[in-house]
Design a binder for this molecule. Structure first.
Ligand code: CO
Length: 138
C-alpha cells in the first residue's frame, strides 16, 4: 500500500454544534465542509488543519453505527482516514495480506471520495479508513 498522508482524524461526538464551536473557536480549525450521510446515519463536519482534516461525527438516528459507538465507548477517536492514490488497489492488497476489512469493496464517502474501512481488531483498536480523493472536476 502507498499511504500519501493522514486525510482526517474522525471524532465521534454527542453534540456536533458544541464540538464545532470548540474546535473552531478554541482551537482555530476552520469549517470547510458539512454533510449529512443518511445511508450511514451520520452528520459530519470537516475542519481544516493544514492539509488534513478533523472530522466531527454525530449520529442522525439511534440505529447508526456512530450511535452504537457512542453508547459503547463514549465520545472520542472513531477512526483515522489514510489517503491513498487508489482505494481499490489498496484494499485488494490488504485483503491479500490477510488484513481484516469491513468493506469488501470500495464505496462512496463524503466529499465525493471513494473509501473502504479496515477493521479495528486487526489495527490495534483503531478503525482505519482508506480515502481516495476524486480527480478535480468530479
Ligand atoms: Co472518515
Amino acid at each position: 500500500m502507498q499511504p500519501l498522508e493522514i486525510d482526517h482524524v474522525a471524532i465521534a461526538v454527542e453534540d456536533i454544534e458544541k464540538a464545532v464551536s470548540y474546535y473552531q473557536d478554541s482551537l482555530g480549525a476552520k469549517v470547510v465542509h458539512r454533510e449529512r450521510i443518511e445511508s450511514d446515519g451520520v452528520e459530519e463536519v470537516l475542519l481544516a488543519v493544514a492539509e488534513s482534516y478533523i472530522q466531527l461525527l454525530t449520529p442522525t438516528n439511534e440505529g447508526s453505527p456512530v450511535a452504537k459507538f457512542l453508547a459503547k465507548k463514549g465520545e472520542g477517536l472513531h477512526h483515522i482516514g489514510w489517503r491513498v492514490p487508489d482505494c481499490s488497489a489498496a484494499l485488494k492488497e490488504l485483503k491479500e495480506k490477510g488484513v481484516e476489512v469491513i468493506d469488501q469493496k470500495p464505496r462512496p464517502g463524503s466529499r465525493g471520495t471513494i473509501v473502504a474501512f479496515i477493521h479495528p481488531k486487526g489495527s490495534f483498536g483503531t478503525m482505519i479508513e482508506l480515502v481516495q480523493e476524486m480527480p478535480e472536476g468530479h
